[in-house]
Write a protein that binds this ligand. Structure first.
Ligand SMILES: Nc1nc2c(ncn2[C@@H]2O[C@H](COP(=O)(O)OP(=O)(O)OP(=O)(O)O)[C@@H](O)[C@H]2O)c(=O)[nH]1
Length: 377
């Protein structure tokens, strides 16, 4: 594939964003009709006297809607986004509450966003290859574009720095991966979650949605899958693709009584503007092939989108909200689950040797104002 243009030099990124919306961003006629169907909270006069001036932004809205309509057309007509290209720019090991994972940072030629793949495949961290005669149980989940040479004369150190290494990296063990001659397909159908970013749910632990809980559940379910193998794609499609700013506005409309779909529509946006072409390309890059994937989702349109992109979904694995699971669970299970925290990944108290080192370095080398605790007995 050709070079992926760095985000900083792309003209579409540097060009000033078109002024699409009036600062309030509200599609007044749709909001008006949606609110008319609800018990009055504000009078329509209040709303009409509010900040939004419809005429000032109609043309801009039409342009935005045309873009959404084009995306919808791609979805509805089953067209594939064949020219989507992705490249894994770097990968690193992250120790999580569910075990080690490899975080992959991707660039692509479509949207200038850094989409992520979180890969769990702990066998890759083992230093020793299987003994002679023993077959490796699974093909490792590796990015083809990561292992490909990034430029002529790339050194082993350069490869290792961007994550193209094998086994566990340490001061005493560092082996760059071999440059593959062809893409290798996985021999199994791994558990996959295609997750969309949700700052409010995942970082603030907002109880408006279960996004943080779903991210946590996905990692937990993968940790219990055969070989602890699986992939979470973390797509930067905040607010079902409308972005954080618009989602924040949508929340205010929800506080006025609209549901999530009505609120998006009242803003002149689609109810769900996400696309999955980049996700499919990332999965192919990670080796997903004819064995397909087991997809963690309750959303049928995600299954359909994958099939359209040529990724077979061999099984849809449901994600039942924990609160719903708890309604039929024993009281102890309920206490245990709630005590883990509302939504944060792993919940509870974070404790690890690496964290200890990180915290001590902040105190000892960076002057952070914390009293070091006594060493653990
Ligand atoms: N516009 C909008 N987006 C929301 C809202 N609440 C959560 N989101 C976003 O919704 C996305 C998650 O999508 P969901 O519809 O909850 O679930 P899904 O991913 O389609 O389906 P599952 O795979 O079954 O979880 C994330 O990008 C969130 O930021 C909301 O009230 N309004």
């Amino acid at each position: 594939m050709g070079p992926i243009v760095p985000v900083s030099s792309r003209s579409d990124v540097l060009a000033p964003a078109p002024k699409r919306l009036h600062p309030t961003g509200v599609n007044a006629p749709q909001l008006r009709s949606a609110l008319e169907a609800l018990p009055a909270v504000l009078t329509l006069a209040d709303i009409a006297a509010g900040a939004f001036t419809v005429a000032a932004r109609n043309a801009a809205l039409a342009a935005a809607n045309a873009k959404a309509a084009a995306a919808l057309k791609v979805q509805e007509e089953g067209l594939t986004e064949e020219d989507v290209e992705v490249r894994c720019m770097a990968r690193t090991r992250i120790p999580t509450a569910y075990g080690p994972v490899f975080l992959h940072v991707y660039h692509n030629n479509r949207d200038g966003k850094e989409h992520l793949a979180i890969v769990s495949d702990p066998a890759q961290l083992e230093a020793d290859a299987p003994a002679n005669g023993q077959k490796q149980q699974f093909v490792p989940i590796r990015s083809h574009t990561l292992d490909t040479q990034s430029h002529d004369g790339e050194t082993a150190q350069e490869r290792i720095t961007r994550g193209a290494y094998v086994s566990r990296l340490s001061r005493t063990a560092a082996s760059a991966s071999a440059v593959p001659s062809a893409r290798t397909e996985l021999s199994d159908s791994p558990l996959v979650r295609i997750h969309s970013e949700c700052f409010t749910g995942e970082t603030l632990g907002s109880l408006r949605c279960d996004c943080g809980e779903q991210l946590d559940s996905a990692l937990s379910l993968i940790a219990h899958a055969p070989g602890r193998r699986g992939i979470v794609l973390y797509l930067r499609q905040e607010g079902r693709g409308i972005g954080l700013l618009e989602k924040v506005r949508a929340y205010n409309l929800q506080d006025l009584g609209l549901d999530t779909v009505q609120a998006n529509l009242a803003l002149g946006r689609g109810e769900d503007e996400r696309t999955y072409g980049v996700a499919a390309a990332m999965l192919r890059d990670l080796g997903v092939g004819s064995e397909g994937i087991r997809l963690l989702t309750n959303n049928p349109s995600k299954v359909a989108a994958m099939q359209r992109e040529g990724i077979e979904v061999t099984e849809r694995v449901p994600m039942v909200p924990r609160d719903w699971q708890l309604r039929s669970a024993a009281p102890h299970a309920e206490w245990e689950m709630r005590s883990r925290g509302a939504t944060a990944v792993g919940g509870g108290v974070v404790r690890s040797e690496e964290l200890e080192k990180y915290l001590r370095t902040k105190v000892e080398r960076m002057g952070h104002l914390l009293e070091l605790p006594a060493a653990r007995a």
